[in-house]
Design a protein around this ligand. Structure first.
Ligand code: ATP
Ligand code: MG
Length: 567
């Protein structure tokens, strides 16, 4: 391609709503243009990148044995009524009527359509297992479309759906898809992690998300330094620590006037907040109150609390008035010693000794509190948010927090859809059996933005080779004035084209500085500069997009040199 024909529509301007660097660079480089909220046109440059990602995904899915099909973007309401999601999916589902007054939606996902297809095509266990996939546009009327194609309303997804006679077969395909996803993200040269998206149960891998690691990511992830463990922060389990040490202090009641918070008490008594046990009062399932005790520097995980059998869901904290009425003490002075309601201790407290807690007497705390001697400890529970430095939930290493962008999701659906939509096959014994299903999504268009988040500098995008819109820039100096330069440039262009290299020749009559800026902004990984001065020494200038300096190479070896870099 030549830039005289293939426009580099770069611009210095970007809209105010472009908060993250990938959005800014996709606009500045001319990859996408906004139509309206959450809807973008993929310009020729952007589409080249999107297609690269699409092809890698397609190749690896084919290699993994999945079969490509293509299902309609518009879906009839009846299918969604059958699955029960017509009313449940919420406002993300964009619905409309046709001329016959029949209801439809734009497909946000395709479980219903694929299950309808499968129940017609699949009759016998002999046809299983099978995995159908498509690469298709989806529409979700996102409440807050933002970050360009990162969270758009229309986006390109690879969605696959597998069908099985039993859960063992599903488990096997789930693992197969896991491996295919790793192959895809490896080939795209992304730094990523597979993250447990389930309720955090160790070894529970019924659902995993693949996240590209980037500071701008919307999701918080906890990872271990001692294993491949990774999970959504809200879902990561915490461990019970070592057993508490023997008491070294006497149990005493001390005045803590006007102390309302853990920080106030820590300051007054000159101890770290971790030495204090805080007590939160919540509503239980039976209408009574319950106390939750946590280490002073820890925070309650509301999802874990809510899932706890004795605690009311949704979680409701007792008001100050309720606490004073039922316990006769103000919230700042509550503690677990002789508290007349059930107390749930967090796992971390199992390691606490000589701690401080409210004395259930306004303006007083106990110090030197120890289990067994001063209060009983029957059991501890996982009730708090994991913290950086904690032991990894799988017991190997310690954890730290990072941010991620969800680019893929694999999920074992079981027979949720097949049962609701009556998709069954005959099994070996001639009985009708609902099929087990798995579903596997990849955000193809989101991957493009994620790659930029991960790899850019102040000049622009730095594409991994696998995604670059062009592999090589040929930038001649004085192409329109120097015959010598033009002749060699045209020859090199023809040679690279013949070798199948995706080369972009800069043949616009523009200043060299502007040409360099454009090609760097667009992120083309390799560049060859042809100038008269160099040619007099029989030299060309090569520079990789990530290189700090240029390399001078002889004209004769230029093609081979570049081919080596492209490998
Ligand atoms: P999110 O939590 O980011 O909203 P999701 O869990 O709803 O995503 P899935 O239903 O698992 O998404 O869809 C599969 C993949 O499609 C996601 O992993 C993500 O990469 C991509 N995706 C989902 N919503 C969008 C969107 N609005 N814009 C771009 N890509 C999206
Ligand atoms: Mg998801």
């Amino acid at each position: 391609m030549k830039t005289s024909h293939f426009p580099l529509s770069t611009t210095k301007e970007f809209p105010k709503d472009a908060e993250i660097v990938s959005h800014q660079l996709m606009i500045k480089s001319g990859m996408i243009r906004r139509l309206t909220s959450g809807l973008y046109t993929w310009a020729p440059l952007g589409l080249r990148v999107l297609s690269k990602v699409e092809n890698v995904v397609r190749e690896e899915m084919n290699k993994a044995g999945a079969l490509e099909l293509l299902m309609p973007f518009v879906q009839p309401a009846e299918l969604w009524q059958e699955s029960g999601r017509w009313d449940k999916f919420g406002k993300q589902l964009l619905t409309f009527k046709d001329r016959h007054d029949k209801d439809y939606c734009l497909g946000p996902t395709h479980e219903e359509v694929v299950t309808d297809y499968a129940r017609q095509e699949l009759k016998s266990y002999r046809q299983l297992p099978v995995n159908f996939y498509q690469i298709q546009w989806k529409f979700r009327d996102e409440i807050r479309p933002r970050f360009g194609v990162m969270r758009s309303r229309e986006f390109l997804m690879k969605d696959a759906y597998s069908f099985h006679i039993d859960s063992a077969s599903l488990e096997k395909e789930y693992q197969n898809m896991y491996n295919a996803y790793c192959a895809i993200f490896d080939r795209l040269q992304l730094e990523y992690r597979a993250v447990l998206a389930d309720s955090g149960a160790i070894g529970g891998d019924r659902s995993q998300e693949f996240h590209v690691l980037a500071d701008s990511g919307e999701d918080a992830i906890v990872i271990s330094n001692g294993s491949t463990y990774a999970a959504n922060i809200e879902r990561a389990e915490t461990h019970r620590g070592e057993k508490y040490a023997a008491p070294t202090q006497a149990f005493e009641k001390v005045a803590t006037p006007n102390a309302r918070s853990v920080e106030d008490v820590a300051k007054q008594l000159n101890v770290p907040t971790s030495q204090i046990t805080k007590t939160l009062i919540v509503h239980g399932v039976d209408g009574n109150l319950l106390a939750i005790c946590l280490r002073g520097d820890h925070s309650l995980n509301e999802v874990k609390a809510e899932n706890f059998k004795d605690i009311a869901s949704p979680l409701r904290f007792a008001t100050d008035a309720e606490i004073i009425e039922k316990l006769g003490v103000s919230p700042g002075s509550i503690g677990p010693v002789n508290l007349p309601i059930p107390v749930l201790f967090d796992h971390a407290l199992y390691s606490s000794s000589d701690f401080i807690c409210g004395a259930n007497d306004n303006g007083f705390h106990y110090v030197g509190v120890n289990f067994e001697r001063d209060l009983p400890l029957a059991e501890t529970f996982d009730l708090r948010n994991i913290e950086e430095g904690d032991v990894s939930p799988d017991g190997q290493g310690t954890v730290r927090f990072i941010r991620g962008i969800e680019v893929g999701h694999i999920f074992q659906l079981g027979n949720k859809y097949s049962q609701a939509m009556n998709a069954s096959v005959v099994n070996e014994n001639g009985e009708q059996t609902f099929m087990e299903m798995g579903c596997y999504g990849i955000g193809v268009s989101r991957i493009v933005a994620s790659a930029i988040e991960q790899s850019h500098d102040d000049k622009g995008i730095i594409w991994p080779d696998a995604m670059a819109p062009f592999q090589l820039s040929l930038i001649p100096m004085n192409y329109h004035k120097s015959d010598m330069v033009k002749e060699l440039t045209d020859k090199l262009y023809a040679e690279f084209m013949a070798r199948g290299v995706e080369v972009l020749l800069e043949d616009r009559d523009i200043r060299p500085g502007n040409a360099f800026n454009d090609h760097e902004l667009v992120g083309i990984p390799h560049r060859l500069v042809i100038g008269e001065r160099g040619l007099k020494n029989n030299e060309l200038e090569y520079k990789g997009r990530k290189d700090a300096e240029s390399t001078f190479i002889s004209v004769d070896s230029a093609v081979e040199f570049v081919m080596d870099q492209l490998k």
